[in-house]
Structure formats: structure tokens, C-alpha cells
Design a protein around this ligand. Structure first.
Ligand SMILES: [Cu+2]
Length: 217
């Protein structure tokens, strides 16, 4: 009984302190204390910032969320300034259901960015407002065939495609075209495909079994 209430209070504390934690690519910083501050949750890029290679034809963006329901934008920004003018939707906006680990393994970037530096920004429209995290990346060719261990989905975590005006608004209305107009072939890079949704349901299933085993102990 005591253990259970302790666990409950620990969970409550973690929900209060954390919005979400970007796990992959390596985030600029891991504290969620200023996560409501755009564009990067209170962090900036400096000489010590880790750089992750990001595959333009498909790579993972993984985070752990304390919120059971958020709308999420995976945004690709060219260059080392998070306010950079050239940005793209790395994936259609999704609504994530269920708190815990979440991974989208097929986020893409324009091929023209290969060899350049950039920022993978995750923006959530959550119950407590807009939340931000960034990773500094170098764009490389191809698909990431060696997805990180952090690319997994927690029990009951699922997602669906959704529209969100607040997240769309981050692309601006004047000079910066929306991603569907930016890429010459949006169907090739931005169209949701059923295989990626299937793959994360499969991962969720495996993780669910693992949790069931732990729960049975
Ligand atoms: Cu929050």
C-alpha cells in the first residue's frame, strides 16, 4: 500500500515538473523548466552542443511525454539559428495519445539540406501551452537503418494525423511558404504512410508485453 502511494506521488511530481523530454536526436538540454519558452525551451546552441547526424530520407524523433494528449509538430530548420527563415515540416502534425515514450521513425528533411547543419525542433501544443525542444543536427543522405533504442512507444501510446492552426502558424504567413508548398514533391516526403503507423503499433505491442511482465512480478 505504501509502495503504491509512493509510486503515485512520484508520478504526480514527474508530471508537474516535466512536460516532455526529447530523447533523439540529442537535445540541446534535458531540463523542462523553461520548456514553454520558444524556440528551444530556454536552450541555445553553443560550442559544446552535441551534433546528431540526421538522415534526410527518414530518421527518428523520440521523446517521452507526461501529457496524455498533445498535438506535435516535428519541424526541420536550416542552419544553426532556430529563428532561421527556411523551415519545413518533417512530418504531418500528429496528435499523440497516452503518456510515455513516443517515437516517429520516419521524419524527413529536404534532400537539399544534405551536408548542412540544422535544427530538429519539436513543438507540442499541450494542455499547458506551447512547449519546445530542439536538437542540433547535421543532415546526411539516406534513411537511418539503425534506429536508436530510445525510438519506442509506451503502452497505450498511439497517434493520429491532425490539423492544428497554432502549430501551422509557426511557419508564418508571409515570406515563408508552408511546407506543402516548399517542397516540390510533398507526396514523396510528407505523405503519411501506413507502414510507419504500423511499425509504431508493433513497437507499442512489444513494450506492452514487457510492461505486462513487469506488472505481474
Ligand atoms: Cu506540461
Amino acid at each position: 500500500m505504501f509502495a503504491k502511494s509512493l509510486l503515485l506521488s512520484l508520478l504526480t511530481v514527474s508530471v508537474a515538473n516535466a512536460h516532455f523530454t526529447l530523447r533523439y536526436p540529442e537535445p540541446l538540454g534535458k531540463s523542462a523548466a523553461k520548456q514553454d519558452q520558444g524556440p528551444c525551451g530556454g536552450y541555445t546552441i553553443d560550442a559544446n552542443t552535441a551534433v546528431t547526424e540526421f538522415h534526410v530520407d527518414g530518421d527518428a524523433v523520440a521523446y517521452s511525454s507526461s501529457h496524455p494528449e498533445v498535438k506535435v509538430l516535428f519541424r526541420i530548420i536550416e542552419g544553426s539559428s532556430p529563428d532561421g527563415a527556411n523551415s519545413y515540416k518533417g512530418y504531418p502534425i500528429v496528435e499523440q495519445y497516452g503518456s510515455g515514450d513516443f517515437c516517429e521513425p520516419t521524419v524527413t528533411a529536404p534532400k537539399s539540406l544534405v551536408g548542412k547543419q540544422g535544427i530538429v525542433q519539436v513543438v507540442q501544443n499541450a494542455v499547458d501551452g506551447m512547449l519546445y525542444a530542439c536538437a542540433f543536427v547535421k543532415f546526411v543522405n539516406g534513411v537511418n537503418s539503425n534506429l536508436p533504442d530510445t525510438c519506442k512507444n509506451g503502452t497505450g501510446v498511439d497517434a493520429d494525423f491532425v490539423e492544428d492552426a497554432s502549430l501551422e502558424a509557426l511557419f508564418g504567413t508571409s515570406s515563408t511558404p508552408s511546407s506543402s508548398e516548399t517542397t516540390s514533391a510533398p507526396s514523396a516526403t510528407n505523405t503519411p504512410n501506413s507502414s510507419s503507423l504500423k511499425s509504431f503499433s508493433m513497437v507499442a505491442g512489444v513494450v506492452g508485453i514487457a510492461f505486462a511482465i513487469i506488472g505481474g512480478l
